[in-house]
Design a protein around this ligand. Sequence first.
Ligand SMILES: Cc1ncc(COP(=O)(O)O)c(C=O)c1O
Length: 399
Amino acid sequence: MLKFSSKVEKCELSPVRKFNPCAAEAKAKGRRIFHLNIGQPDVITPSVFFEAVSSFHAPVLEYAPAPGMPELLEAIKDYFAKIDIKVGTDEMLITTGGGEALDMVMACILDDDDELLVPEPFYANYNTFARVTGGKIRPIPTRAEDGYRYADRSIIEPLINEHTRGIMITNPGNPTGVVLTDEEMRIMVDIAKEHDLFLIGDEVYREYAYDRPAKSLLTFEDAAENIIVLDSVSKRFSACGARIGAVITHNKEFLRQALKLCQGRLCSPTLEQVGSAALYRAATPEYYAGVREEYRRRRDTVVEAFSKIPGAKFRSPDGAFYLMVTLPVDDTEELQYFLLNEFEDNGDTVMYAPGCGFYADSSMGRNEIRVAYVKECDYLVRAIELLGKGIAAYNAKKK
Ligand SMILES: Cc1ncc(COP(=O)(O)O)c(C=O)c1O
């Protein structure tokens, strides 16, 4: 019999996409599906992206340099300079999305049985990238009641053992919306330094912090060797399909190791790098503020809409564009199948990402969901109304 690796066997489908076949069947039956499951914003991609791509002319569409095209590296360097962070173009590697940046970082630092500490619930794909290395995520448990805060030595230090290689923080957080204070970041940096651990900052939502700016880990110069930051154009410029991300670090040895992986995959797409360089160059503080205000409006809309669902519990997010909600049901995966296969309201139904996929152990989060608030307010209101009606119908059926 053909055999698959035990590493890939341990991976699971993404909670965001695993219901797609079922959704396709519902659509074929004529259902309109409201999507709260995927962080695919409807915010318009700045036109400079398309203009730069269409004015690119070359006799041959060649490979780009493995670490990235100089014009994109320069543009990212200047982006960081504007937020008072000094990084050289030789301290970054361009990747095919933040996803590949994550994949590379985990491949560089995790071996069989190694552990990466991650505040839980966490971005579901961390599980996949850790498991294919043979390593695993050791969760730092957090609770909505405590605002999902985790920068606490008494919680983190007992989780560190001889297998621990690093700590991953998502700031602002997906799926919890937590944004670290400067003091909390200092605690995380000190723990990483004292225990000789990598501190990986997934900062793909950096601009989307509603009350105060989210600081980059790169500002902590005293831990330059420990810190690795991940970046992406997907959310910052609403350019998810561009598939351009970056790894940024002052750690020269890390860059030397990761370059092997960059060269192995040859390069990230040339045209997408050209377009992304234009995005970084054109974006102004007004652009970020405008998009942030739009997400704040959407955040306020979903918070109000969920407060009308009896028994729904959640914490209003401070950043990114997601929230975790505990629903008054036994199993949100089962509810999702019900919503797609059996439920409709005027031909409409709704999708979300079941919460269990955001935990290291999928027996957790069974009554939670993750919601992405990336569409117009009217759309979000209708989607949450459908969810409320769907929950009532599901619970009535189970009685
Ligand atoms: C926390 C986090 N990290 C990384 C990514 C990967 O983004 P991309 O591969 O589109 O750059 C996402 C996407 O949703 C995310 O939410």
